[in-house]
Design a protein around this ligand. Sequence first.
Ligand SMILES: Nc1ncnc2c1ncn2[C@@H]1O[C@H](COP(=O)(O)OP(=O)(O)O)[C@@H](O)[C@H]1O
Ligand SMILES: [Mg+2]
Length: 344
Amino acid sequence: MPEVRDPEVRQPGGEPLLQVRDLTVRYASDEGPVTAVDGISFDVGPGETLGIVGESGSGKSAASMALMGLLPRSAEVTGSVRLRGRELLGLADGRMREIRGRHIAVIFQDALSALNPMMTVGAQLTEAVLVHHPDRTARELRRRAEELFDLVGIASAATRLDQYPHEFSGGMRQRALIAMGIANDPDILIADEPTTALDVTVQAQVLDVIERVQQGTGTAVLLITHDLGVVAGLADRVMVMYAGAKLEEGPVESIFYEPAHPYTSGLLAALPRVDRRTGRLHPIPGQPPLPHSRPAGCPFQPRCAHADPGVCSSVTSATSATTQVSPGHTTNCVRVHEIASVGR
Ligand SMILES: Nc1ncnc2c1ncn2[C@@H]1O[C@H](COP(=O)(O)OP(=O)(O)O)[C@@H](O)[C@H]1O
Ligand SMILES: [Mg+2]
């Protein structure tokens, strides 16, 4: 079991900062519309870290792009996304651009393609600040850029700012991208697979940077990853997605110690464990369904060792976690109580 974040050091927020309700994303495709996100709802409190976990293709990126208003026009987005009570879906592009960067910032997996190879890292960083603070002087911008580099742990900031992205290592580029993300003190930082492209040691360093930045600035973080191990040390709460649906959500310690969905239990069994001598992992058999061939009812059912086809196919609420198992901990599994009695 990876070390789970100590509940004592959490700073749970009060009123939700971000309120997402019934968010649905459909893409057009040759075979008809593809439902990438299937009516998910969640809240993020101020300063809170929410981990969104699920295998590749589960709709994590589609959901985060929808929050940022970054999906192509051809994608159909419905539901509601409220930031401090204000509806973001349907805002004009210009208004959304003001919100992006200033209130919600995003960092992606691929730092290299997110940076402009022709500009120094410092110029890109000051440009990010300048967009929202056009009145800052060159000297103020430079000072802010150095401060940001210090915050993300890039030493010799003054020299580093004048270098180009190719002069940075992968980990350093990701740090620079985090610096750009937080340049305008956003309320929320969305980190979509921020460490997936990095090797394990550098991954840990970048996660430390995200944690330090979160604690130093009070920014809420949406940490999106296919790796449940990544969220263990960082998230306050975890939401588990599968085939566009929300299967389970709860405080990080309940998700790890009392998973209430067989899919979550499966993800946990597949994690490398430091406390287990044999390095044997137990991947979940089978593959997620393709968007066009999702089963009725619970989408995980075909791979679930505990499924009762008669029950699991017929439930209509199976794409949202609505059954409460403990305070703040919900699952979509309609058989959660039967399964608990036989043991997962
Ligand atoms: N531009 C697109 N057009 C059609 N389908 C897409 C497009 N982008 C993603 N999808 C589909 O939407 C689903 C969710 O994808 P995505 O949000 O990228 O998942 P994740 O980030 O969890 O790996 C997948 O089935 C994917 O194939
Ligand atoms: Mg993704």
